[in-house]
Design a protein around this ligand. Structure first.
Ligand code: NAD
Length: 458
């Protein structure tokens, strides 16, 4: 049997070698899920939701140990690991509160002995292939509503967050979800591929654009539901009437939180020329206060990158920007010692000839570009193949709305950033993805509609 090595990104040390799945074990788990799903769908909704509630209670009770596991395998600073677990609770609460209403049968017509109804049926067996950067969030955004609506789930966590994936499955089993209904698959891309070769009724993917494209090609022609939550190059525009200090503090956090490894991290900043220099000074000062170090320390803000190959991506982006005339105001280097360290980095005098303003960085690197007016800001914000989030900082709501209405993005922010709400749909446009999670639509996403035409006899 092959193994999957889990390494600590802070020092490269082996945490554990886990037995990995292979094509045979994936097929067995898929067959068991297929056989078990109808009985699970027949459970009353209240009993399926009771499992989610028990899962929530277990997350609360075991939060500190779960956070430590997350930090050891991803390098996420421990305070942020706890924040992720705390942030999961309102999402669970949302699903618990909204599920019944979101999938309630609807009578849409009733007259002369004829009744027409819409019913929301589970898809069946769904595959969830997931990312490592917020494994509790992105995993549970799919797993929980999928289970609540009566599906069986074959969950392939990222190979960089496998221990967390196994914990999610363990807690759900302990909460009462049958083992066959919720299976965790251990391994990297080849196990994901083996999963896609199974007969599944839906594929829900969170990860990079490159892998998303491969998955769309693998699933193409099979007529199964496909959702892709992919990367972004999320822009923000700071207008000349913005509160410079507040915007700089908010955006430095939005760019560097989780060491910049959020799908909705601020990746590009455009600043009106009238306040550009003051903004940059405040931004660099805020970044200077971010402590980089052992992710287990309470006061660490910047931890190691989870994936070592990203160090080369960031180094290449910084080198390319420098060659084309950018200035590095702070950072710019791979950190010393073992582990995947990259200094928080701020670049100015950047433009769209540079990779750092076009390709996802997914690390603590940000480019700040000067703009003349709103029209130039809108043009540059839209000059991307991605479209996950975008934001504007100004006290003027009408101006913010005018600008954001023209920007191609699934989510838009006024005076805030790097934020996800369980009540709102989470989606990307263009190369940022297909479909959505969260909100009532992200519950219905795990169902298909069945149309009932009912005529009383006679
Ligand atoms: P990735 O694409 O490298 O891996 C994602 C998953 O796909 C992993 O589980 C991996 O094992 C699996 N995989 C790889 N090759 C496969 C194949 N050929 N067939 C099937 N499965 C395969 O992405 P990552 O590094 O885990 O995540 C980072 C990316 O995810 C970033 O681009 C980030 O923006 C994006 N992301 C997006 C969102 C969102 O909501 N839009 C949320 C989190 C992360």
């Amino acid at each position: 049997m092959s193994t999957l090595e889990v390494r600590n990104p802070a020092n490269g040390e082996l945490v554990i070698a886990l037995p990995a799945d292979d094509a045979g074990s994936v097929a067995l788990k898929a067959g068991a899920a297929r056989a078990a799903q109808p009985a699970w769908a027949a459970w009353p909704l209240s009993e399926r939701l009771a499992c989610l509630k028990a899962f929530r209670d277990a997350v609360v009770a075991q939060r500190d140990a779960l956070a430590t596991t997350l930090t050891r395998e991803t390098g996420k600073p421990i305070r942020m690991a706890r924040n992720e677990l705390d942030g999961l609770l309102p999402r669970i609460d949302f699903f618990l509160a909204e599920c019944a209403q979101a999938i309630a049968p609807e009578t849409v017509y009733e007259e002369g002995g004829l009744r027409e109804q819409i019913e929301h049926m589970p898809l069946g067996v769904v595959a969830n292939i997931s990312a490592w950067n917020y494994p509790w969030f992105v995993g549970c955004n799919v797993i929980l509503p999928a289970l609540a609506t009566g599906n069986a789930v074959l969950y392939k966590p990222s190979e960089y967050a496998t221990l967390t994936g196994l914990e999610i499955a363990r807690l759900l089993h302990e909460a009462g979800v049958p083992r066959q209904v919720m299976a965790c698959l251990v391994g990297a891309g080849e196990v994901g591929s083996a999963l896609l070769a199974q007969e599944v009724d839906g594929v829900f993917f969170t990860g990079s654009h490159a892998t998303g494209k491969r998955i769309a090609e693998a699933v193409g022609g099979r007529f199964v539901k496909l959702q892709l939550e992919l990367g972004g190059k999320d822009p923000t525009y700071v207008c000349e009437d913005a509160d410079v200090a507040a915007a700089a503090a908010s955006l430095a956090d939005g760019a560097m939180y989780n060491s910049g490894q959020s799908c909705c991290s601020v990746e590009r900043i455009y600043v009106h020329e009238a306040i550009h220099d003051a903004f940059v000074e405040a931004f660099v000062q805020t970044v200077g206060g971010f402590r980089m170090g052992d992710p287990m320390n309470e006061d660490t803000y910047i931890g190691p990158l989870t994936r070592m190959p990203q160090l080369d991506v960031l180094s290449a982006q910084v080198a390319d920007a420098r060659e084309r005339g950018a200035r590095v105001l702070t950072g710019g280097q791979v950190g010393g010692g073992s582990g995947n360290w990259f200094e928080p980095t701020v670049l100015v005098d950047v433009d769209h000839t540079m990779e750092v303003m076009r390709e996802e960085s997914f690390g603590p690197v940000i480019g700040i570009q000067k703009v003349r007016d709103d029209a130039e800001a809108v043009r540059l914000m839209n000059d991307t193949r991605y479209g996950l989030t975008a934001g504007v900082y100004t006290p003027d709501e009408a101006r913010a709305r005018r600008i954001l209405a023209q920007v191609h993005a699934g989510s838009v922010y006024w005076n805030c950033c790097d934020r996800v709400s369980p009540r709102l749909p989470w989606s990307g446009v263009r190369d940022s993805g297909l479909g959505l999670t969260l909100s009532k639509y992200g519950i219905q996403a795990f169902t298909r509609t069945k149309a009932w035409h009912l005529r009383t006899a006679g």
